[in-house]
Write a protein that binds this ligand. Structure first.
Ligand code: NOJ
Length: 550
């Protein structure tokens, strides 16, 4: 059973599941809830603490379920509400938690509210959405899906007015200035929370309100509403969390945690967690250039957050590698380095998976994960990245990074007995015949076992979840070095991000006399004097325990 630890998320390992691609239990070619339930033991074996489920609600799937047509039910492809309850119970029985996606900002245009809303200007649901007789309002708001959407307004021929949408035109934005909308979304949250889930990953939260003369992101009204959502969780569902998806700069993310900027012991009162978007592309950039400058820079500019909050760090997810939080120059550079073919690019990002991005180079994949699992924050693993799955850039939108999970070398990859909803990866390098869970479970040297080892080692060292982080200034820019520390101990992380062997000298006077022990290999290293010189092979990494020191 689940232990009653309200701060469980501080040191949890998250795993993101795309239901449609994970496991098909009924032979229709689409993954479903009962299928996922049969794979809980696998996730437990990997060391997962909390599963984040992408949207599972009835939807025309124009945006893969982020276009919700009915918030109270499960998409028939995925099963039933009963199946969902079973999944939650079975996960809890194994000590794992479930976080669902909460899409507050918009619905599908097929949602009954919008169907009504667009019928006439005086329909009682008209005001559930944002309508205007001109498309010249809120012109400072950027367009997010730049490849497909020419405007954030779409003309609705029937009534001659425009409706507002930050994503696809088939995803009209809800009008949070209407108190009925604000209340109803809280009812929806309660409906799912009452089924015993452990929280929500809240989608696209910066955009809830619109105000003229602003970029319509991160508005005070938005924060006020999110604080209200948080109060509901705190009052009625203690121990559950809100994980915010706000693709913003760290200083703009800080208010999403709430609390008191001057006193970190004052509890955050908005999101428990938020994704750290900007560090992710900088890890890839550093790996390509063998230069850690940008990682240090963004971490330096990342504000401290309340003690009861946590960052969520990730290397990949179900979207493109977003390049929104980089300069225009860096975006061009990243595209050049990582998306040489046009088709690899999407909106302001790159639609590729982790292993192909890192040239399927095991050393690069490992060092990237060594960083992921030791940076401040709770790490998220995207399904399939634990075995190094490939992608298919030729599929629609972001489907190329959402292909069926590769369980076995059998046709259908053990994912489904029927023709899978999307083609499985079957190229020479990443094909399911070669890259699959069964093969990697059987091979102690596989990436799966390395990932499992990272996770187990991280869990054995709670400093990595709880500790503060001090980056060391080193002359050798190819080497990233940081100390993680709590009152109980200290760890030193050292990673070589270049393809050449490197030597680095660290100034560690406070650890003079300590014998660092690499907790990943168990190997003891030379005793530290004031300066500590280390040699690292290409992409080599260490997680040193410096505990027991005075
Ligand atoms: C963010 C989600 O991650 C993405 O997949 C989706 O398209 C947009 N929000 C809109 O809901």
């Amino acid at each position: 059973m689940l232990k009653n630890n309200p701060l469980w998320y501080k040191n949890a390992i998250f795993y993101e599941v795309h239901l449609r691609s994970f496991c098909d239990s009924n032979g229709d070619g689409k993954g479903d809830l009962p299928g996922l339930t049969t794979k809980l033991d696998y996730l437990k074996e990997l060391g997962v603490d909390c599963i984040w489920l992408l949207p599972m609600f009835p939807s025309p799937l124009n945006d893969d379920g982020y276009d919700i047509a009915d918030y109270d039910n499960i998409h028939p492809d995925y099963g039933t509400v009963e199946d969902f309850k079973t999944l939650v119970a079975e996960a809890h029985a194994r000590g794992m938690r479930i976080v669902a996606d909460l899409v507050l900002n918009h619905t599908s245009d097929q949602h009954a509210w919008f169907v009504e809303s667009r019928k006439s200007k005086d329909n009682p649901y008209r005001d559930y959405y944002v309508w205007s007789d001109t498309d010249q309002k809120y012109t400072d708001a950027r367009i997010i899906f730049v490849d497909t959407e020419p405007s954030n307004w779409t003309l609705d021929e029937a009534t001659g007015e425009y409706y507002w949408h930050r994503f696809y035109a088939s995803q009209p934005d809800l009008n949070y200035d209407n108190p009925e909308v604000a209340d109803k979304m809280i009812d929806i949250l309660k409906y799912w929370m009452d089924m015993g889930i452990d929280g929500f990953r809240a989608d696209a939260v910066p955009y809830l309100f619109e105000r003229e003369g602003t970029n319509c992101e991160n508005l005070p009204e938005t924060h006020a509403y999110l604080k209200r959502v948080r109060r509901v969780l705190d009052q009625d569902y203690p121990g559950t969390i809100l994980l915010g998806e706000a693709n913003q700069w760290p200083w703009d993310l800080r208010p999403y945690f709430g609390g008191d900027e001057a006193d970190l012991t004052a509890p955050g009162d908005e999101f428990h967690m938020a994704f750290h978007f900007p560090v992710m592309p900088r890890i890839y950039k550093a790996l390509k250039l063998g230069d850690t400058t940008d990682i240090l820079d963004i971490m330096d500019r990342t504000p401290s957050i309340p003690d009861n909050c946590q960052w969520c760090v990730f290397l990949r997810n179900h979207d493109e590698v977003t390049l929104e939080m980089v300069t225009e120059e860096d975006r061009q550079l990243m595209w050049k380095l990582y998306a040489p073919e046009d088709r690899m690019r999407l909106n302001l990002g790159i639609r590729r998976r982790l292993a192909p991005l890192l040239d399927n180079d095991r050393r690069k994949i490992e060092v990237a994960n060594a960083i992921l699992f030791s940076l401040p924050g709770a790490p998220i693993v995207y399904y399939g990245d634990e075995i190094g799955m490939g992608d298919n850039i030729w599929l629609f939108d972001r489907n190329g990074v959402r292909t069926p999970m590769q369980w076995t070398a059998e046709p259908g990859t053990g994912f489904s007995s029927a023709e899978p909803w999307a083609p499985v990866i079957d190229d020479d390098t990443y094909g399911y015949q070669k890259i699959n869970v069964a093969a990697q479970q059987a091979d102690p040297e596989s990436l799966f076992h390395t990932m499992k080892h990272f996770i187990a080692t991280r869990k054995a060292h709670p400093i990595l979840g709880w500790g503060r982080c001090d980056f060391l200034r080193v002359e050798n820019k190819a080497v990233l070095a940081y100390l993680r520390r709590t009152g109980e101990g200290q760890m030193l992380i050292v990673c070589n991000l270049s393809d050449q062997p490197q030597e680095v000298t660290l100034s560690l006077p406070e650890f003079r006399g300590v014998t660092p022990q690499d907790v990943l290999t168990g190997q003891a290293h030379n005793i530290i004097s004031d300066e500590y010189t280390l040699s690292l092979g290409a992409y080599q990494y260490y997680w040193f325990d410096l505990s027991g020191t005075t």
